[in-house]
Write a protein that binds this ligand. Structure first.
Ligand SMILES: Cc1cc2nc3c(=O)[nH]c(=O)nc-3n(C[C@H](O)[C@H](O)[C@H](O)COP(=O)(O)O)c2cc1C
Length: 149
């Protein structure tokens, strides 16, 4: 069975909800899924024995892209690690009235690519409440799961 690790940060609960939905869909796709809230995660988790890393982090900036505050602390610790082709994908809920809609997804994708990760799917950006976007989440998980070799 393939193993996935979800690491998420959430201030008002939307990304936490989304992480739960992503987990349930990956389980439908026969993955064993571990979920860690980002303050419980260690940098070493990124290079542990998982077939897929999933990062969930909303944006909290105005003019600039800022990561959710707990995730920002984790991000600061990533410099210098080697992901050696680790498959990953990023997801977030956001609000398209902001200049950088789900800018956190783009920022994390750039970082993970720089560290040598292998992005297996374009990030999933949900506008508004993720619990209203079950179909979109299901479709994204199916295509992400199919891209993990
Ligand atoms: C001060 C502030 C700044 C935000 N900035 C952005 C942004 O730049 N881009 C975006 O898509 N959403 C932005 N949002 C919306 C949040 O990312 C969105 O509500 C998200 O669902 C919050 O996730 P959480 O409930 O897991 O904390 C912002 C929200 C607040 C309160």
């Amino acid at each position: 069975m393939k193993k996935a690790l979800i690491i998420y940060g959430s201030t008002t609960g939307n990304t936490e909800d989304m992480a739960g939905m992503v987990k349930a869909e990956f389980e439908q796709a026969d993955f064993e899924v571990e979920v860690k809230e980002v303050t419980q995660a260690a940098v070493a988790d990124l290079t542990a024995d998982h077939d897929l890393l999933l990062l969930g982090c909303p944006a909290y900036g105005d003019d600039e892209i800022e990561l959710q505050e707990d995730f920002a602390g984790f991000y600061e610790k990533l410099n210098g690690i080697q992901l050696n082709g680790k498959p990953f994908a990023v997801f977030a809920p956001g609000d398209s009235t902001y200049e950088h809609f789900c800018g956190s997804v783009d920022m994390l994708e750039d970082k993970m690519n720089d560290l040598g990760g292998k992005m297996v799917n374009d990030g999933l950006k949900i506008d508004g409440d993720p619990t209203d976007a079950e179909g979109e989440i299901e479709t994204w998980v199916e295509s992400t799961a199919a891209s993990v070799g």
